[in-house]
Write a protein that binds this ligand. Structure first.
Ligand code: ARG
Length: 466
């Protein structure tokens, strides 16, 4: 390469090129704008690789030492904001390597022995995503703890349980909170399962076929906290399941957060007044002085779309890619970065909201008693006390509900005479089952809403969460 055009060829891979790339090519090709987030993982991976190259006698100890020292300097430059990233150097891997050359000279050129950017990026990204699994599990558990505190405080507070968002049967506040604890428990389980599956090292798979150098992949795997090296080099460089499983577990978790967010939006409205959100997690209106808006809940409900979008997006990037690496796979990162950021923020905001919110017990109780919520208890009583077949009991109860509705009152407000006009054998002991507290206390079946069951579940979850 003697002319000026050849001088412009890429310093890392430009050997066979006679000119530099077009500006548009550089713009579509470069990933340094986003993959700089992998700097720490890139340095860790390279430090492990350098130590292994020396341990196996592929490079000298002094070269490895210089590389490992230089890489630490680079990391502190990056973290301190002093590093100058170059778009011409495309990505984090080549930016770091080029800087290493400036710092330590010729030995830097030996770092890439027995590896490729394909296994390097897979390793870096895996290390980054692995941290997100851990952070997401911790975030989910923090939210579970906040929900458990609510459940414990209100194990016997009565509220309406809904189906079709119509009052169905009374339930307890604690029981409702525990429903989310269960969902989140499955989320943490999914994240844990996937994390265990993904913890294999791609490093040393090289471009796609492995390498002829006597590398020790078990050594680098152990140094980076992986359980073992990935067994097939083609798969190792082209696998992004670890990111997809994260996105899909994150999507399901996000869906749960969105459902809870929706409930908080409804519950904090003037029509429901089931909960009061703290000032710290609400905002005002610039024109309507009376307003206190549940913005955090609304934003959680909305942010979830980004996570679903990332999941679909990466599935689409990966579908139809022939083995092994294709540059398409560079498009894996931004979506995962954004989804992980969104999930962590949504979890933290939900945890803050739940920890701070106060349930309005009188409003919950009043609502629990409305809407003929104990009609099922009445039907069950007719079966138990009078021996009616359930279908007939259902019919009799329906007639009593219609009577109360016409009279503009609730079931317990009907007189015994009114009830007996529908079924002569009804006696005054019926009133015991019409109260909401009795109703919830009676639902003692395993997993039921009775305070005694709720307290058992709270204790079991506290033990599980440690
Ligand atoms: N920046 C690339 C990525 O994110 C690194 C791997 C490039 N490999 C290659 N053969 N061009 O996927």
């Amino acid at each position: 390469m003697s002319d000026a055009r050849a001088e412009a060829a890429n310093q890392m891979w430009g050997g066979r090129f006679s000119s530099g790339v077009d500006a548009i090519m550089e713009a579509i090709n470069a990933s340094i704008g986003f993959d700089r987030r992998l700097a720490r993982q890139d340095v860790e991976g390279s430090r492990a690789h350098a130590a292994m190259l020396a341990a196996t006698g592929i490079i000298s100890d002094s070269d490895a030492e210089a590389m490992r020292e230089g890489l630490l300097t680079i990391l502190s430059e990056i973290e301190g904001g002093a590093f100058e990233f170059s778009t011409a150097l495309e990505d984090i891997h080549m930016n770091v390597e080029a800087r290493l050359k400036t710092l330590i000279g010729e030995p830097a050129g030996r770092l890439h022995t027995g590896r490729s950017r394909n296994d390097q990026v897979a390793t870096d990204f895996k290390l980054w995503v692995r941290d997100q699994y851990d952070a997401a599990i911790a975030g989910v558990e923090a939210l579970q703890r906040a929900l458990l505190a609510q459940a414990e405080a209100g194990a016997d507070w009565v509220m309406p349980g809904f189906t079709h968002l119509q009052v169905a049967q009374p339930v307890t506040w604690g029981h409702h909170m525990l429903a989310y604890v269960e969902m989140l428990g499955r989320d943490a389980g999914r994240l844990r399962d996937a994390r265990a599956r993904m913890n294999e090292s791609p490093l040393g798979a090289a471009a796609l076929a492995g390498t002829s150098f006597p590398i020790d992949r078990h050594m680098t795997a152990a140094a980076l906290g992986f359980d073992r090296p990935a067994a097939n080099s083609l798969d190792a460089v082209s696998d992004r399941d670890f990111a997809l499983e994260f996105l899909s577990a994150a999507s399901i978790c996000a869906m749960h957060l969105s459902r809870l967010a929706e409930e908080l939006v409804i519950w904090s409205s003037a029509q429901f007044r089931f909960v009061t959100l703290s000032d710290a997690f609400s905002t005002g209106s610039s024109i309507m002085p009376q307003k206190k808006n549940p913005d955090a809940a609304e934003l959680i409900r909305a942010k979830i779309g980004r996570i679903f979008g990332a999941n679909v997006s990466l599935m689409v990037v990966m579908k139809g890619l022939p083995l092994a690496y294709s540059k398409d796979m560079q498009e894996d990162k931004e979506q995962v970065f954004d989804a992980a950021d969104s999930l962590m923020l949504a979890l933290a905001a939900m945890t803050g909201m739940v920890a701070d919110m106060s349930a309005n017990r009188p409003a919950l109780e009043a609502a629990a008693a409305s809407g003929f919520s104990t009609a099922t208890d009445l039907a069950d009583w007719l079966v138990r006390a009078l021996g009616l077949p359930f279908r007939e009991a259902h019919h009799v109860t329906g007639a009593l509900v219609a009577m109360a509705e016409a009279a503009g009152c609730d079931l317990p407000d009907l007189t015994l005479e009114q009830m007996q006009s529908v079924h002569a054998k009804i006696d005054s002991s019926v009133f015991e089952v019409l109260g909401v507290a009795n109703s919830v206390a009676s639902r003692t079946s395993y997993g039921g809403t009775a305070p005694v069951r709720v307290r058992e579940q709270v204790a079991a979850w506290k033990k599980r969460l440690g």
